[in-house]
Design a binder for this molecule. Structure first.
Ligand code: NAD
Length: 421
């Protein structure tokens, strides 16, 4: 399909049988027959055995598609891998509302990662720190000699910073090497550089380099996503006000902020996993960034614009790659990247942040109006029906009955199952 003709806006996608959904995505993303087959296949054991140790098998999670996303004027179908019901539906609904006012807009920094070298056992930390800075050029050259490919693509070590820290063991130095990792997540690239620099740093400082590893607080690799959510579609300005009241609690209270940010990560992790990226790295970076001013707070902010519409903004570190790591090895991760049609890691970061904002909007919108349990439990009803022993057509039948009765409980599902049987 021609790029300009592609629209991710599909009504009733959730009602289509799986086969029809696959056909739609195949056509949208120009997938081959081989790629189409991947949707219903498992990771082969040989590949799994190469990825981790002591492999016994593979562990499957559902892969869904969020529809309706328009980001910086371009349409995207977004693959999401997650075990929790209602997340994909919520993202799609939020993207539909955001579309009314033009969709998501994003911006992001260069893909700069920080590598840390901890230097201990130094007699004069100020002199040692100065000595490192005096040899910045040589250190950066040595770092860049480790990754010619990265340098060829315009990346590589760009800067060096030195911090002096007080600790219970006395003063120590932490030298930060700032590396532009281009389209990689960058952990291996940065760690290799840090290890290569350690002997020279020891020579320059007279100390001992202990830790040599990247920081997951990737606060030089920030993405921002913004969207305007239409007040009429939300149900009027009173609902916008209710939304902002709900959001405010996350901005002042860590207990609420943790749950609020978890909602953001529902969207983010789903895309991170689908594209074979490191979700622990993203989680660690997100929560550390949420505490950057000394108190853990919301990663998103909301306010009303002059027309009374709701404006949402999300700002988050985003260490994602489209080359290297597991995303290069796992066939489904490669497939998901093809569906997204991404050309750079920054483009992926911008999509991920938009999905995080969409997810966050959907959760707070539901919480400040009907509550999340109504939608959540309706979707959960099918799981309950399966847990009660249902299969095939019975799942839908029992789930519908549970929803109709407003009693989505396992004991009731078992009763209905036994009655029907
Ligand atoms: P990688 O080493 O597999 O790939 C990156 C390399 O690919 C670059 O160094 C470069 O040589 C090459 N490359 C080719 N084309 C490129 C392009 N266009 N842009 C950039 N580089 C290009 O992977 P990585 O991204 O360095 O490391 C990611 C992996 O490290 C992940 O699997 C992650 O789980 C793991 N890891 C994470 C941590 C952590 O987060 N604390 C620590 C260790 C390892």
């Amino acid at each position: 399909m021609n790029d300009s003709k592609k629209s991710s806006q599909v009504s009733g996608f959730y009602k289509m049988p799986i086969k029809k959904r696959v056909e739609f995505v195949k056509k949208y993303a120009n997938l081959t027959n081989e790629e189409e087959k991947l949707f219903s296949s498992c990771l082969d054991l040989e590949t799994a055995d190469r990825m981790i140790e002591n492999v016994l098998g593979t562990f499957e999670l559902p892969l869904g598609i969020a529809v309706n996303f328009k980001i910086n004027g371009k349409d995207y179908l977004v693959p999401m891998t997650i075990e929790e019901s209602s997340v994909v539906a919520a993202a799609s609904n939020a993207a539909k509302i955001a579309r009314i006012q033009g969709g998501f807009t994003t911006e992001c920094t260069d893909p700069l990662m920080i590598g840390q070298m901890q230097v201990v056992k130094i007699d004069d930390v100020a002199k040692a720190a100065q000595s490192i800075m005096n040899h910045k050029k040589e250190l950066l050259e040595l770092a860049n000699a480790q990754d010619k490919i990265l340098v060829k693509f315009g990346g590589g070590a760009k800067d060096l910073e030195v911090r002096i820290l007080d600790s219970p063991l006395g003063k120590m130095i932490v030298a930060h090497i700032i590396v532009d990792v281009r389209d990689a997540m960058g952990a291996n690239a940065v760690n290799t550089m840090c290890e290569a620099l350690a002997p020279m740093v020891e020579e320059l400082t007279g100390g001992k380099v202990r830790l040599k590893i990247l920081s997951n607080l990737a606060d030089k690799r920030i993405v921002k996503a913004k969207a305007v959510f239409d007040k009429e579609k939300m149900g009027g300005e009173k609902i916008v006000d209710a939304f902002i009241q709900s959001y405010i609690l996350a901005s002042i209270d860590p207990y609420r902020a943790a749950t609020h940010n978890k909602g953001i990560m529902n969207g983010i992790d789903s895309v991170i996993i689908a594209t074979g990226n490191d979700f622990r790295a993203i989680e660690a970076g997100a929560h550390a960034y949420a505490s950057r001013n000394g108190q853990y707070t919301s990663l998103s902010t909301y306010y009303k614009d002059k027309n009374g519409n709701l404006v949402g903004e999300l700002e988050i570190p985003m260490a994602v790659g489209i080359v290297g790591g597991a995303g290069n090895i796992h066939p489904k991760a490669r497939l998901c990247k093809k569906i997204l049609g991404i050309k750079t890691a920054q483009e992926l970061a911008e999509i991920v942040a938009s999905v995080g904002l969409a997810q966050n909007f959907a959760a707070v919108f539901a919480l400040s109006t009907v509550g999340i349990q109504k939608g959540h439990m309706s979707l959960h009803a099918k799981n309950i029906a399966v847990m009660a022993g249902a299969s095939g057509d019975l799942i839908e039948k029992i789930a519908n009955q549970l929803i109709k009765e407003g009693n989505i409980k396992l004991d009731r599902a078992k009763e209905i199952f036994n009655e029907i049987k």
